[in-house]
Design a protein. Structure first.
Length: 221
């Protein structure tokens, strides 16, 4: 229902915006709306087909774009994690469930989230099944643990860098306007030109914050 609500809302907004624009020929508007409706219909149908199932051999993930089979013995961990997108989207699930493989990659388990299931109960059932079906001789892979930690550090560093860049918008705006009110030395005035600050500032802040966060998270691992 959440997916359908989002798709319908987006379709209505796009249709209203196009129809209210003056000067757009109907030869463009109506074919575009038909193509948009077809795309949204396909997205809705593929989302409905998305699922997470399990049998004695593996967890089977049917995603929107691809399918994946996660053999029990190859799984390194199953975790419930917070969803960063929930901060910006009211209807987004706050908790998602991921399975981690030997390559360190995490795979989202569709519909195992706080909007559709009791996450604690479902994760507990999956962990019990994993511990039973992965094999008596199963042992965690040290290499996989390192990859998982590094990928996790990278994700958190990128999110931290993005958040810092967004928070830096006001300070960067102040720096951009500073030469208008204060006499700056020649070299500093050229650096703080509005175009330079607004174009180079956010990417620079993002890069510095992300690199610093990643190095801090991986330093003692």
């Amino acid at each position: 229902m959440t997916v359908l609500t989002v798709i319908v809302t987006a379709t209505v907004s796009v249709a209203k915006g196009l129809l209210e624009l003056d000067g757009l020929p109907t030869s463009f508007t109506y074919p575009f709306l038909v193509a948009w409706a077809a795309l949204m219909g396909w997205l809705f149908c593929t989302t409905l087909r998305s699922s997470t199932t399990a049998d004695l051999e593996a967890i089977h993930v049917h995603g929107v774009f691809k399918r994946r089979r996660l053999a029990w013995e190859d799984i390194q961990d199953i975790r419930a994690e917070g969803n960063p997108a929930a901060v910006r989207r009211e209807n987004a699930p706050k908790v998602l469930v991921y399975a981690y493989g030997r390559d360190g990659r995490r795979t989202l388990l569709p519909f195992l989230d706080n909007l559709h299931v009791n996450v604690g109960r479902e994760v507990g059932a999956l962990l019990e099944a994993w511990e039973e079906l992965r094999g008596a001789d199963w042992a965690p892979s040290p290499e996989a643990a390192v990859r998982i930690d590094r990928r996790d550090a990278l994700r958190r560093a990128l999110l931290g860098g993005l958040s810092t860049a967004l928070l830096a918008f006001i300070p960067l705006t102040v720096l951009m306007l500073l030469p208008l009110f204060v006499d700056m030395p020649g070299w500093l005035g050229s650096v703080l030109r509005p175009l330079v600050v607004i174009v180079a500032g956010p990417p620079l802040v993002f890069a510095v914050a992300a690199i610093a966060s990643y190095r801090k998270r991986t330093r003692h691992r």
